[in-house]
Write a protein that binds this ligand. Sequence first.
Ligand SMILES: N[C@@H](CCC(=O)N[C@@H](CS)C(=O)NCC(=O)O)C(=O)O
Length: 231
Amino acid sequence: MSKLYYYYDMLSQPSRAIYTFLKVTGIPFEACKISIAAGENRTAEFAEINPRKKLPALKDGDFNLSESVAMVRYIANKYRDQIADHWYPKDLKQRARVDEYLEYQHLGTRLHYSLLFIHELSAMRTGQTPDTKQTAKLETNMKKITHIVQKTFLGDNKFLCGDEITIADIFAVHEILQIVGTGHDPVTDNPKLAAWMERVSHKLNPHFAETLVEIYAMGGKEIPPQLKSKY
Ligand SMILES: N[C@@H](CCC(=O)N[C@@H](CS)C(=O)NCC(=O)O)C(=O)O
């Protein structure tokens, strides 16, 4: 089997999601750290890996791939006999449930959390106070999405797609935690989501906490102890 080269930046939420998945499943890979802040994704060399110059990306022999959802499906399918079935179940309906979230998140969780993150990040970078009206609007949208994820995906289940953790949980938790980078706590007023996040982190640690070091440091906070432990 050819060696998998994985290109990522820990400040990128889909990068963290796939890194976590590779680590927790024990899939062997060569970790290739690329700094977006230092412009390393915009070099001619990296454009050979991903011509759109985005992270994450992978190289598997002479095959290159970008787009995190396509990548995670490729990895889960390629290593299907080596990883536990629950991550991306073979059962048609269970798998479709995971895909349902992965498709939803592009214009749902990812879009609305990212809009708030980018809005505040721009202000942090220019040293200006963020436009408070716009912040409030983006926060309201983010809270609506949080509620939709909690109510319509999680419901009374342990994890987003049922009683077992899947790659949908990994993608969701990293998107939701992105805004700790600008000092927010995304689950303070949502105890059900906070409890889910703890369950997810217990299944993913110690790798999960490892991926969160940079984003918490960016927001000037410590990783909460409940997200660092493992059952
Ligand atoms: N839809 C893509 C999004 C990729 C993306 O936007 N990546 C961001 C980091 S999260 C990036 O590489 N930004 C650097 C840039 O635009 O220069 C995916 O899911 O992989």
